[in-house]
Design a protein around this ligand. Structure first.
Ligand SMILES: C[S@@+](CC[C@H](N)C(=O)[O-])C[C@H]1O[C@@H](n2cnc3c(N)ncnc32)[C@H](O)[C@@H]1O
Length: 289
């Protein structure tokens, strides 16, 4: 892709571009790859049925659609233009003809709209914008379409307090404590555990499963933990870099170094003054002693 074609990389999240709308645009590629790698790690095979809730512009979908057998990928996305643009600009009509992904534009988390059960459900960066009522609705629908061994992988923003509003918040984010996320899952009879898996912009992954299926979840390996920590470090480096290059911060740093230069100059002058004062003092002492 040429530099001009990458102009979208400077767009804010939520801008009307299929890549920018769904995420910080510079992490569109890796954000999708992390979703795919996680589900493969959790056991996704090509014959499985996958439901991608809020599939957006197929950030993860473009990997899943090519991997899964025809008719296995299902996406719910009320903003239909995102799917349309993703087909046009990311995967092409040939892929759609070949792999027959199935889409719904339902906007009320009706996961049962496809009339079938799923082996895996994905809600990446959905609970990070949803109200408790919406999460409840999503989980109660998940109960209808999950088999005993199905895995629901979701992300949320972990915080010290819960979002108490009723509205979907976008492009801003909302946060929940892990305890809240776990009790929302438990209300529907599910268990909810944290997954040590990297995320492009530091959301927390969880697996929501039937309690008897907990022991079948693969243990998260050290490599995944290290990868997550590396990603965290990279993320905070990027943030620091963007903070230090912000015009106001640059101005502040310049003012600070000017103040330091003045301080150094003043302290030099004070020392010189003290030295000059000492000469007559020594002369006086030498004469009087
Ligand atoms: C942050 S984006 C994440 C998209 C995608 N999961 C990804 O990882 O790129 C949130 C998505 O949820 C969609 N959305 C909004 N309301 C929704 C609803 N009621 N049900 C399902 N998706 C919804 C938005 O249109 C948007 O595509």
């Amino acid at each position: 892709m040429s530099e001009t074609e990458q102009g979208w990389k400077n767009l804010p999240v939520g801008a009307r571009h299929h890549r920018a709308y769904v995420s910080p645009p510079e992490s569109y590629d890796i954000g999708g790859a992390y979703q795919f790698a996680l589900l493969v790690f959790l056991g996704l095979r090509e014959w499985h049925y996958l439901l991608d809730v809020g599939c957006g512009s197929l950030r993860g979908g473009r990997f899943f659609i090519s991997y899964l057998l025809p008719g296995r990928y299902h996406g719910i996305e009320p903003n239909t233009w995102l799917v349309r643009d993703a087909i046009e600009k990311e995967i092409g009509e040939d892929m759609v003809r070949l792999k027959k992904p199935v889409f719904s534009d339902d906007s009320n988390f009706t996961l049962s709209t496809f009339g079938r059960k799923f082996d895996f459900i994905l809600a990446q960066s959905i609970f990070s914008h949803a109200s408790k009522a919406q999460i409840r609705r999503c989980l109660s629908e998940a109960k209808k379409v999950m088999k005993p061994e199905s895995i629901f992988a979701a992300t949320f923003v972990e915080g010290d307090e819960d979002y108490e509003g009723d509205e979907w918040v976008y492009p801003g984010e909302v946060s929940y404590t892990f305890d809240t996320m776990r009790s929302l899952a438990e209300e529907q009879g599910f268990a909810c555990v944290k997954l040590d898996w990297p995320h492009a912009y530091m959301q927390q992954w969880v697996a929501i499963v039937h309690p008897e299926n907990l022991e079948n979840l693969p243990a998260m390996c050290d490599a995944a933990r290290v990868k997550r920590l590396e990603r965290e470090l990279e993320y905070y480096r990027e943030r620091l870099q963007s903070i230090t290059t912000h015009p106001y911060v640059k101005l502040g740093l310049k003012v600070n170094s000017a103040i330091n230069a003045v301080k150094r100059w003043c302290s030099g002058m004070l020392k010189l003054g003290a030295l000059l004062l000492q000469v007559p003092l020594f002369e006086y002492l030498a004469l009087t002693v």
